[in-house]
Write a protein that binds this ligand. Structure first.
Ligand code: B1M
Length: 240
């Protein structure tokens, strides 16, 4: 086994067992050896949390174990975050995101934030357990291109509809694209509650946001060109 494989294996094991100092040390060693931060994330840390979920479902793990694993993962994320989100680019767009009311899961949402920042978005993260009125306030204050809701429990998914209704009631529905996601969410459910898009993971959420903003920028460049052409024709006609 190479040292990199050993590090991946111990990251998996130590996250599973909630050993935060060891996870931090292995993350630092992996990076020092030149391992890719995305590799550490997707080949060790996330699979480990998936295993935590499986054990919880079987009744082998309880909330304290889940919490310790999450803390260990978050320690590693703190180290990885600046490396993944490194970008000197001008903001490509604005994105407001939060975990819905009643739900305190945030690792998945934080990953979406990290990847959006990495793609050049200015992100306003409202955190967890976010009530509908906070989303409304944030849309008014930041005028984002995209408003994203994360839900990780089947019991909190219905908050998507409550949030969308609040945005509609505030007269903001046609001003913002609404994206939803989270482990139990499906494309079908997103459509059912009236969201504009759904993504199964952070990279797809980022790709969709980039496509949306790119299309808007193209449309507004097109509109500007058209306006200029009309002006030119007007001036030419006036000149006779
Ligand atoms: Co909880 N938990 N948890 N939990 N937890 C799950 C989600 C669960 C699936 C475990 C299980 O039974 N297998 C289960 C939910 C079952 C269900 O409803 N379907 C569950 C439960 C039941 C609970 C409690 C109710 C337990 C209890 O108290 N009896 C409780 C609820 C508390 C609450 O919120 N009110 C609870 C509590 C907790 C902890 C606090 C202990 C801790 C969270 C710590 C934290 O987040 N800071 C915790 C954890 C760690 C988990 C598991 C093990 C891991 C979650 C995670 O971080 N996954 C989870 C089991 C599992 O997922 N396998 C579980 C890794 C993460 C990278 O993936 O979150 O899917 P994910 O994020 C993805 C995508 O969803 C997507 O991109 C992310 C990155 O690729 N995505 C978006 C996310 N947001 C998006 C937004 C988008 C687009 C994509 O557009 C806007």
């Amino acid at each position: 086994m190479s040292r990199e494989e050993e590090i991946r294996a111990s990251l998996f094991d130590d996250t599973l067992n909630g050993r935060a100092p060891e996870v931090k040390a292995a993350t630092e060693e992996g990076l020092a050896l030149g391992m890719d931060p995305m590799d550490i994330l997707f080949k060790a840390l996330i699979p480990s949390l998936e295993e935590v979920g499986r054990r919880f479902e079987k009744g082998d793990f309880f909330v304290p174990e889940m919490l310790m694993a999450a803390r260990a993962m978050q320690g590693a994320l703190t180290i990885l975050r600046p490396l993944i989100a490194e970008t000197g680019a001008q903001p490509v767009g604005r994105y407001v995101i939060g975990t819905v009311k009643g739900d305190i899961h945030d690792i998945g949402k934080n990953l979406v934030v990290i990847m959006l920042e990495g793609a050049g978005f200015e992100v306003f993260d409202l955190g967890v357990n976010t009530p509908p009125e906070k989303f409304v306030e944030a849309v008014i204050a930041h005028q984002p291109d995209v408003l994203g809701f994360s839900a990780f429990l089947t019991t909190t998914m219905p908050m998507f509809k409550v949030n969308i209704d609040a945005i509609t009631k505030a007269g903001l529905r046609d001003k913002v694209h609404i994206a939803v996601g989270g482990a139990p969410v499906t494309e079908e459910y997103a459509k059912h509650v009236g969201a504009d898009s759904y993504a199964p993971d952070a990279s797809m959420a980022t790709r969709l946001a980039k496509q949306l903003v790119g299309a808007r920028n193209e449309a507004s460049a097109g509109a500007q060109a058209l306006e200029q052409a009309v002006k030119l024709i007007d001036e030419t006609l006036k000149k006779g």
